[in-house]
Design a protein around this ligand. Sequence first.
Ligand code: PLP
Length: 449
Amino acid sequence: MKKLSFIERDLSVLWHPCTQMKDHESLPLIAIKKGEGIFIEDFEGNRYIDAISSWWVNLFGHCNPIINNAIKEQLDTLEHVMLGGFTHESAVVLSEKLLKVSPKGLSKCFYSDNGSSAVEIALKMSFQSWRNQGNTTKTKFVSLENSYHGETLGALAVSDVALYKQTFAPLLMDVITAPSPDCYHRELGESWKDYSVRQFAAMDKILKEQADEICAVIIEPLIQCAGNMRMYHPIYLTLLRAACNKYKIHLIADEVAVGFGRTGTLFGCEQGSISPDFLCVAKGLTGGYLPLAATLTTEAIYETFYDDYEKLTGFFHSHSYTGNALGCRAGIATLGIFQQQNIIEKNKPLAEAMRQATAHFVDHPNVSEVRQTGMVLAIEFVKNKQTREPFAWQERRGLKVYQYALTQGVLMRPIANVVYFIPPYVITESQIQYLAKVAWQGIQLAVKD
Ligand SMILES: *Cc1c(COP(=O)(O)O)cnc(C)c1O
């Protein structure tokens, strides 16, 4: 199969995600033939380091032998069975293992098949839980400025990234938006901690004044990933948890992107020493193999649904592929690798290597910030370093970094003008150094007139 004809056939039948399809008149699609470890390989034999884990999903490399074997085993036993009225071993085992490693207090798993659905489920459960308790005034959600929680209408409503949201604004429920603790905006000399504490005051005020109307607050712990990889201090989580307890408001932690080690701990919540009322996971749950998501919640919330059928307090929500056996088995294998290979510890020197390899970027005349939380490192470049004036978005300078990186054998896909690494954990220190070199050269090219 010739590459060209393959791509032509693609463009005649496929519509790609998050893409202005007209771009592909000049921006070639890349047809991938296979994956191996950190690399993906196209039909011409070009290999690319997957520096962004294929949209943040891959944890242990492509075609990981352990996960491959687990799925093959499951495939020959049971591919799928409906989870309404039925169950299977992999769904039970994954739930047990997932709850064991999750923040304490979470005791029930509800499965779906993507992060947006996991968020929708948390929102609906929170709302209905209050309703089941006779509280009908709580109908609103609070989310952060610059947040991202997915693309379906409910998840989009609690998001705040204009590019995705603006067009659909008339369709979306009303949400209360609180200022973000995003530390990019801190004053010169102000610490992440001080800024995050300061930003919490506005959140506290909202919760205090509108507690009667608010079901839940939804946040992305520590990193607003789709919101340009902006980061904040874990103290914000601690303060938010305390305030939610005080004002009787649920806390939804959307760890769809940051879960499974990205922040340096298995879950971001751990760094604020908190347990949410709902924990949403997806992306890394299957190691980047299969669409599976879960919404974890507490016994206390579960009990508000548990009653005689006629009371109609059950959670009447389902997806056809809820608890898919292949996905669950991949999830079990993924959690097994974390445990058996002590991944969280093993990642520490890799995170340090990422820091060292990019330390000199702060001296670049167009770099406004280099920031890092665990295994996520972001480099923001701007038009004017002093004023931090960004380049006009229409200039699409990040795209130039993407294109350059491809010529160097790296898949690096900046968000706006933020170049970031969120690599699979099988990356080596020398590959990290290479990424830094390519990022530097890419930025050099992108900032030229
Ligand atoms: C990607 C993402 C989602 C949506 O997950 P999908 O599987 O793409 O629907 C939700 N929340 C966060 C924080 C994400 O990064």
